[in-house]
Design a protein around this ligand. Structure first.
Ligand SMILES: NC(=O)c1ccc[n+]([C@@H]2O[C@H](COP(=O)([O-])OP(=O)(O)OC[C@H]3O[C@@H](n4cnc5c(N)ncnc54)[C@H](O)[C@@H]3O)[C@@H](O)[C@H]2O)c1
Ligand SMILES: O=c1ccn([C@@H]2O[C@H](COP(=O)(O)OP(=O)(O)O[C@H]3O[C@H](CO)[C@@H](O)[C@H](O)[C@H]3O)[C@@H](O)[C@H]2O)c(=O)[nH]1
Length: 443
């Protein structure tokens, strides 16, 4: 099929390259000139395992091209995926839909034959129905320009495998169309037929249900993380060990082991903003239960950052002023160079603001980290971060850190104090090498 993908950031670049991999002729639309130029030359502007090769291969084959023109997109294809950003509003109240509105309106005026606009961005419930009306109003093709919603569940660091082998595909269709459900659902089912044939469940819902599946999934994941972090705080108060506890908890198949890792909390370009936007929207709809629940989830999450700063301060005897602190990790999670709302950088910056001198090392996020937090010293290796440190913080659980030699690192630091903000390092070899090791909720 001829397809356009509008907005080629983390989600759109992945979706465009994976559609090209599935054999489609894809035109990516991206307004950021630097991002577009890199993509058009086959170079990935961010770190995502496996995506660099897919992009380079399909740009070279000509199956994947990029433009800044929505008119060109409308001429190229009848199927348009909307992958623009929905960041948190500056006033913190809900999602900023300016990119979505801009892209939909900019595209719709060029739709002069039957076409399908497929929303993938994460939006507050009710947005899709509003956009469906707007598309039909603005498009020269009128009601033949149809909007469907197909939320995306990929994780950064696993974006390619999550796109090519998702847990499920959700297709929200406009059940209020005069002639019934329209053709959009059918066209998408056809597109996803290879996945469905491979056993991926494809679920067709109405528009608001599709929007809500997405934000409910993220809200549930965030709640799980905040729950375990609240348990970790109880462990601290009661002298229990949260790592041993979660190991035992996770054996219950109803709970499961995944998304049960305690530590400095969730960050990134999705969970924090989506939890806030969903809570805000629930409040607008008068559903206090969800608004209140997600408010607590957010508060518990942010509390992990201040608890980490407090734990670091306590390990240094009550003050971090003039202490040298080495930080391992800047990305919001391993496998990514994304530092949007990164708990690691938030903790590092808070310690520096309290008078410490902080050196940060991240295997992939050195440049993005430097841009986001230019006041920190972004160094080139794990040992460089540790050199001369009074305290070492492990804040993003890259495999490189788990493989580090505690003896060699011990020889680099000034004092062998380790705070494991992800509770994933095995403390035994560190303690054997003379380190004092602490972790939130961990003995
Ligand atoms: N990042 C993820 O892992 C992920 C996963 C699932 C869902 N989502 C959702 O997908 C959406 C995009 O997320 P992202 O992380 O890729 O954001 P992003 O900010 O990295 O990418 C958005 C891109 O859209 C471009 N853009 C904005 N307006 C445009 C327009 N009119 N025409 C063309 N390009 C335009 C921007 O320049 C930017 O490059 C969000 O709603 C997000 O919540 C993201
Ligand atoms: O047990 C855990 C699991 C995760 N995290 C943290 O939670 C955050 C989010 O992790 P993850 O969900 O793996 O990353 P994302 O790439 O942001 O993916 C989430 O957000 C995407 C955008 O909406 C969705 O598509 C995905 O399904 C959803 O998992 C990161 O800071 C992790 O360190 C924990 O603290 N403990």
């Amino acid at each position: 099929m001829r397809i356009s993908v509008i907005g080629c950031g983390y989600l759109g670049a992945t979706h465009a390259a994976c559609l090209a991999e599935l054999g489609h002729d894809v035109l990516g639309v991206e307004t950021d000139p630097r991002q577009r130029a890199l993509l058009a030359s086959g170079e990935l502007p961010f770190h995502e395992p496996g995506l660099d090769t897919l992009l380079a291969t399909h740009v070279a084959s000509g199956r994947l091209r990029f433009t800044d023109s929505l008119a060109e997109a409308a001429a190229h294809a009848d199927l348009h995926f909307l992958c623009v950003g929905t960041p948190q509003r500056r006033d913190g109240r809900g999602a900023d839909l300016a990119q979505v509105d801009g892209a939909v309106e900019g595209l719709a005026v060029h739709l002069d034959r039957p076409a399908y606009v497929v929303g993938k961005s994460t939006v507050p419930v009710g947005t899709a129905a509003r956009l469906a009306r707007r598309v039909a109003e603005l498009a020269p093709a009128g009601a033949d320009a149809e909007l469907v919603w197909n939320p995306e569940f990929l994780r950064e660091g696993h974006a390619v495998e999550d796109t090519l082998r998702p847990d499920r595909v959700v297709i929200g269709v406009d059940t209020h169309r005069p002639e019934g459900e329209g053709l959009g659902g059918k066209v998408l089912r056809e597109l996803y037929a290879p996945l469905e044939d491979a056993g991926v469940p494809v679920l067709v819902t109405d528009l608001p249900t599709a929007e809500l599946v997405k934000v409910s999934a993220n809200a549930f994941l965030a709640t799980k993380v905040s729950f375990v972090n609240a348990v970790a705080e109880v462990c601290d108060a009661a002298g229990a060990d949260v790592v041993a506890l979660t190991e035992a908890l996770g054996h219950d198949v109803r709970i499961g082991k995944r998304f049960l890792s305690p530590g400095i909390g969730f960050g990134g370009g999705c969970l924090p903003k989506d939890v806030r936007a969903f809570g805000h929207r629930a409040g607008e709809l008068g559903v206090a239960s969800m608004a209140d629940l997600l408010g607590v989830v957010d508060d518990v999450n942010l509390r992990q950052r201040s608890r980490t700063v407090a734990a670091a301060t306590a390990m240094l005897g009550g003050s971090v002023t003039r202490a040298r602190i080495g930080v391992w990790g800047a990305a919001f999670k391993p496998g990514s160079d994304d530092v949007r709302d990164s708990p690691a950088l938030a903790v590092a910056s808070a310690l520096q603001a309290r008078g410490a001198s902080v050196a940060v090392y991240d295997p992939a996020a050195r440049e993005t980290g430097r841009r986001m937090a230019p006041d920190l010293d972004h160094v080139g290796s794990a040992l460089d971060a540790a050199r001369g440190a009074d305290l070492l913080l492990h804040l993003t659980e890259w495999p490189e850190f788990a493989a580090a030699d505690p003896v060699a690192v011990g020889a680099a630091v000034r004092r062998p104090l380790l705070l494991d903000g992800r509770t994933t390092l095995d403390p035994a070899p560190w303690r054997a090498a003379g380190w004092t090791v602490r972790g939130l909720g961990r003995r």
